[in-house]
Design a protein around this ligand. Structure first.
Ligand SMILES: [Zn+2]
Length: 431
């Protein structure tokens, strides 16, 4: 049988595979349509009249750069997805069969696949991830972390080992029922990862009361707000040299929590290539803390982890059951192929096919969380609502996104929409 025939046979034997493939394909096409809409939208986006300090030439160059990014994202998206489909659907089975014919045992092939997945993850982690669990932080813009940095190497190693180790063991002992163990390990590994993250961030943050760059008046005012909210002074801190730009985020697992502001947010941030400096007043910084408080009080981090775990759990159950048949019914695997290898392959296929649908779902949820956090800030500290922050952010990024592209790709609502909401609120509630 040639490869095409075995592919057709596989679609006939396992119809869910065809279903998964169609879901994946729809997601991919929808995202490319969004990219295409974005190109047209950016092309004709007029310069906002309310951004007084933004010279026309700067605006034009920002718009043109955004255009070229949108073009690149369209073509990159196509290339990446096709490469991933080829690697996952074709290359993995071919490598397995090839190595087996060289006399390598399936145990070793499994280890080789893990190493192969690890390297792929490192190389492509900006675009996709095979095993990396969802990011545990909220409110971070794209971190420009180096691919070969120690943190990144450990993060991906942890991701792949905490998946493949349990999968190997639990299938050996319990076969199809091993999914229970795999899900349990996943929850354990994510909890440990989050606790380590909170612990590390707490250790490196300077409590705001001890940070020199903040005024006495600010510290006094924030202290009062935190007391009302039941948060301790050391649970709000400043992170130096974070390389995250002007940023803030909240993280926590029930009582163990932390709000972080980067020093660039406080000291000011110069927009590269222009004269503009983002510099926030005390009230605006307090508004940002109140927004982060909203994430903590609404338990957004815990909820995101619960939903992420639930979805990964469903996928785990699916992988264990759908890849439990005779190995020869999957593409061109040999009869003797171990099921651990099928699980590895199955997980990779699921991840690839669910990549876009899940990204869309996660972005929708993230944006609704941000809206909720803004609402909390307005309800608890509304006249210090940070409209200035959104206005200044728009000086740095003055070109809006196409609404559909934005809902497909962004974790936060459009800053212009948020700014307008704050202005309206001020008009109605503050003197
Ligand atoms: Zn937020």
């Amino acid at each position: 049988m040639n490869h095409l025939q075995s592919l057709i046979a596989m679609f006939q034997n396992h119809q869910w595979f065809a279903f998964l493939f169609i879901i994946g394909l729809i997601g991919f096409v929808v995202y490319r349509i969004a990219d295409w809409l974005q190109i047209g939208f950016v092309k004709t986006f007029p310069q906002p009249e309310d951004l007084k300090k933004l010279p026309e030439a700067v605006y034009e160059s920002k718009r043109r750069r955004k255009m070229s990014r949108a073009y690149k994202s369209f073509w990159k998206g196509i290339a990446n997805w096709l490469i991933q489909v080829l690697i996952t659907v074709l290359a993995i089975p071919m490598v397995v069969v090839f190595l087996f014919k060289q006399g390598i045992t399936y145990g070793w092939i499994y280890i080789i696949l893990i190493a192969f997945g690890y390297i792929l993850n490192l190389l492509f982690s900006k675009y996709f991830s095979l095993w990396t669990p969802a990011s545990l932080r909220t409110d971070t813009s794209k971190t420009s972390q180096n691919v070969l940095s120690k943190g990144n190497l450990i993060f991906h190693a942890w991701g792949i080992i905490s998946w493949s180790g349990p999968a190997y063991l639990f299938w050996s002992y319990y076969e199809t029922n091993g999914w229970v163990g795999s899900i349990f390990s996943m929850i354990l590994s994510q909890t440990i990862q989050l606790l380590i993250f909170i612990y590390t961030i707490k250790k490196s943050a300077i409590p705001y009361q001890e940070y020199d760059g903040l005024s006495k008046e600010f510290k006094k005012s924030l202290q009062k707000y935190l007391q009302d909210q039941g948060l301790r002074d050391d649970e709000v801190g400043v992170l130096e040299n974070s390389k995250m730009g002007p940023n803030a985020f909240a993280t926590g697992l029930f009582g163990y929590k932390q709000i972080i502001l980067t020093d660039e947010l406080i000291k000011g941030y110069k927009d590269k290539g222009t004269d503009f400096v983002l510099k926030l007043g005390d009230n605006t910084i307090e508004a940002i803390v109140a927004h982060e408080m909203g994430h903590l009080k609404n338990h957004h981090i815990e909820k995101s982890i619960a939903i992420g775990t639930f979805i990964s759990g469903l996928v785990t159950v699916g992988v264990y059951h759908l890849f439990s048949s005779n190995p020869t019914s999957y593409f061109f695997f040999e009869q003797s192929t171990t099921h651990q290898i099928l699980l590895y392959w199955g997980q990779a296929i699921f991840n690839l096919m669910l990549l876009y649908p899940l990204t869309f779902f996660m972005m929708t949820r993230a944006q609704s969380n941000e809206y909720e956090a803004d609402s909390y800030m307005l309800e608890t500290n509304g006249c210090k609502n940070g409209q200035d922050f959104f206005h200044q952010m728009r000086h740095i990024a003055p070109v809006s996104n196409h609404p559909f592209w934005h809902s497909c790709n962004m974790t936060h609502p459009d800053p212009y929409v948020r700014e307008v909401r704050m202005i309206e609120w001020t008009k109605e509630h503050c003197k």
